[in-house]
Design a protein around this ligand. Structure first.
Ligand SMILES: *Cc1c(COP(=O)(O)O)cnc(C)c1O
Length: 366
């Protein structure tokens, strides 16, 4: 007998709104009767160049070894990350699935029922999910109109139950960086752990990870999903103080980084040319989109731009672009983002041209 047993589920789980991912090519192809091959996917900030060919070769090479467990602590990958980041392996953890796995692990390590986390909105929607699953309560602090945050407001939101402050730089979906002095101010005046999400940092002029050497309450999250083009592998890592690495290992799922992910991650780090090209295409493309899209486009330090289509509605414009075979991300599922913002991933130059044309048509249709 298979009964549904909702009473078995923890009470706090019912407060969790489902994570809303960007639309897939298959969904749009079937919804609008389009040829999947003709669809341009610019809704999930993926790398338009695909993965490094070295990473692909590593995947092929590891396929016959799929019966073997990877190393439990992903040490080979952490050694490669040590070279890439300049931090010793004692400051590094590798995580699967993705950086999301790191966020999940940290919440399981730190958050208990009744604890609070601070989330400056609008921002990446996932932070509150693992916190809530652990019985934590997100406290939202609104960003300024230009999406910068006010460190004083963040600190004022702190209570004796605050355990983690989630910051994102460059911020998703706005693309702006967190100034180093604002981060220092927060780090120096809080008792909580500060998590800085640097998923897009390679596209930016500056990073904040160096501050892990100075502060024992800072964690920086990184991912292979964006600039390295390995979103499908679900691989991330964290830079954190040694004391926290030691505690984190206690709750991390053993073998969370699969063997193919581990080897492909190492190969991706070794492909400086693919990295350089991926950064270049995003930097050139975001300036092109900013100059050509006939709406307000925010300056970006990332591989996407935020477009304000007011007085039109994001939903209407998104729908119209999707009908033309272009997938973008309306931001109405981001808390406090309103209903006129659309996030557009920078694509190849040809894709960017098509996006601009589509926006022009939508603008003329009014
Ligand atoms: C994509 C993204 C992540 C998730 O990275 P994964 O490694 O794919 O889990 C984390 N934070 C931000 C801001 C992102 O945009």
């Amino acid at each position: 007998m298979f009964l549904s047993r909702p009473k078995l589920i923890k009470k706090e789980i019912f407060d969790i709104a489902e994570y809303v991912p960007g639309k897939s090519i298959e969904e749009i192809a079937s919804a609008y009767g389009l040829d999947p091959a003709s669809i341009i996917k610019l809704g999930s900030n993926e790398n338009p160049l695909g993965p490094s060919s070295k990473a692909v070769q590593a995947l092929v090479d590891t396929a016959p070894c799929a019966n073997i467990y990877p190393s439990a602590d992903a040490i080979e990958l952490r050694e490669a990350l040590s070279k890439y980041t300049g931090f010793p392996v004692s400051n590094l953890v590798a995580s699967g699935p993705g950086m999301d796995g790191l966020l999940d692990g940290l919440c399981r390590l730190i958050i208990e029922k009744g604890d609070e986390v601070i989330v400056p909105t609008p921002t990446f929607a996932y932070y509150e999910l693992p916190a809530r699953a652990c019985g934590g309560k997100p406290v939202f602090v609104r960003r300024n109109r230009d999406f910068s945050l006010c460190p004083e407001k963040v600190l004022e939101a702190e209570s004796p139950r605050t355990k983690i402050i989630f910051l994102c730089s460059p911020n998703n979906p706005s693309g702006n960086l967190l100034p180093e002095n604002d981060l220092r101010k927060i780090l120096e005046n809080t008792r909580a752990l500060v998590f800085v999400d640097e998923a897009y940092v390679e596209f930016a002029d500056r990073n904040l990870a160096g501050l892990v050497r100075e502060y024992d309450n800072l964690v920086v999250g990184r991912t292979f999903s964006k600039v390295f083009g390995l979103a499908g592998l679900r691989l991330g890592y964290g830079v954190m103080p040694e004391w926290l690495v030691k505690e984190y290992i206690r709750v991390a799922t053993p073998f969370s980084v699969s063997l193919p992910a581990l080897k492909a991650g190492i190969a991706a780090l070794s492909d400086a040319e693919h990295l350089r090209k991926s950064i270049e295409i995003a930097r050139e493309g975001r300036e092109y989109l900013k100059g050509k899209i006939p709406f307000k486009v925010y300056p970006s330090q990332s591989n996407f731009v935020l477009v304000d289509v007011a007085p039109l509605k994001a939903k209407v414009v998104t729908e119209s672009l999707m009908r033309k075979g272009i997938i973008v991300r309306p931001c109405d599922s981001f808390r406090e983002a309103g209903d006129t913002f659309i996030r557009v991933t920078v694509g190849t130059p040809e894709q960017n041209e098509k996006v601009v044309k589509a926006f022009e048509i939508v603008k003329n249709e009014g």
